[in-house]
Design a protein around this ligand. Structure first.
Ligand code: BDR
Ligand code: CA
Length: 316
């Protein structure tokens, strides 16, 4: 069975990704690394611990990752995140506090060790900035040839960005790190706004969860209803909230959910194009192509899978 590590900046869609990875019988969730972005790293780590406790999964270890992008010393969270995910990343809900603390080992070291231990069985799914992954490959470049596959939520190729006309939030947080990852030989799938903004959750699904009557189902329905309302104000053309991060988990487990094009990508690191994911003109004729970019998604099949996994987890 494949082993999955999530790297989350635990906001609401990250919380959904966590639940999905936990519920899927086709992979073992072996750990979560905390990142910054929607919230500061400490808050994200706490959210992951609390959500795992809520879902009865206190055995999944949580590690702290980088506090900010490598090119800066400032601890940044996206200003817009408070509106979309709530100030604490989880819709301003006070989750019951987990009875444990994060692991002592750093997230970067955990990832390196797991790559050596599980090799091609390891699926790494970052749904925040790529700072931890870039730091891990800098510290131990041998993991590039060990990790089975990286399926990341981030970027936009065929649609505009969401934090600037050209940039998606996770890539924009640390364009240098993202560029390092895209230009490495790591086997990557980019699950970007091209596909994630087509997979939407609506009140139809949260009503269904509420009927389950459990604490987990109610908390998750509250999280998603908050997210749906926020989406209405920021993305009036969408009817529901985008399942950005859960789709990356879905595609990591079942790549056939999306249609992909093979490309060597780069990330623009400065000026108005900062954070743009685009084909790398210097590697156009390079016979080794390392990134599959998801450009189309079987959204009905994904949503069915997503609900079929989450409902029994929330009902338990
Ligand atoms: C990404 O940005 C974050 O706000 C979400 O959690 C998701 O990972 C979407 O651009
Ligand atoms: Ca995220």
């Amino acid at each position: 069975k494949k082993k999955m590590i999530l790297d989350l900046d635990t906001g609401i869609d990250d919380a959904l990704a966590l639940a999905y990875a936990l519920a899927d019988p086709d992979c073992d969730l072996i750990g979560i690394i905390g990142s910054y972005g929607n919230v500061y790293v400490e808050q994200g780590v706490q959210n992951s611990l609390d959500l795992l406790a809520l879902l009865g999964a206190n055995d999944v270890p949580v590690y702290s990752g980088a506090q900010h992008a490598s090119y800066t010393d400032s601890f940044s969270v996206l200003p817009v995140s408070a509106q979309i995910h709530g100030k604490n990343g989880v819709a301003n809900i006070k989750l019951s506090k987990a009875k444990r603390t994060p692991e002592k080992t750093s997230g970067v070291d955990f990832l390196i060790d797991a790559a050596h231990k599980y090799k091609d069985q390891l699926l790494f799914v970052p749904t925040g900035p790529l700072t931890n992954l870039a730091a891990a490959i800098e510290k131990d470049p041998t993991i590039i040839d060990l990790i089975g596959h990286v399926t990341l939520m981030g970027g936009a190729l065929t649609v505009p960005g969401n934090v600037s006309p050209v940039a998606e939030a996770n890539i924009h947080q640390d364009p240098e790190a993202a560029n390092e990852v895209f230009s490495s030989r790591l086997p990557l799938t980019m699950v970007g706004l091209d596909v994630t903004t087509r997979t939407l959750l609506t009140r139809h699904e949260t009503k269904h969860w509420r009927k389950l009557g459990t604490k987990a189902a109610t908390v998750y329905a509250d999280l998603v209803d908050y997210y749906i309302d926020a989406y209405k104000t920021t993305n009036p053309h969408l009817h529901g909230c985008a399942l950005h991060d859960p789709l990356a988990v879905g595609v990591a487990i079942d790549p056939s959910l999306v249609e992909k094009i093979a490309l060597n990508l780069k990330v623009e690191v400065k000026d108005i194009y900062e954070g743009r994911t685009i084909g790398d003109e210097t590697r156009l004729n390079n016979p080794t192509v390392t990134t599959d970019v998801a450009v189309n998604v079987d959204k009905d099949r994904f949503l069915d899978k997503f609900m079929n996994r989450l409902t029994p987890l929330f009902a338990a």
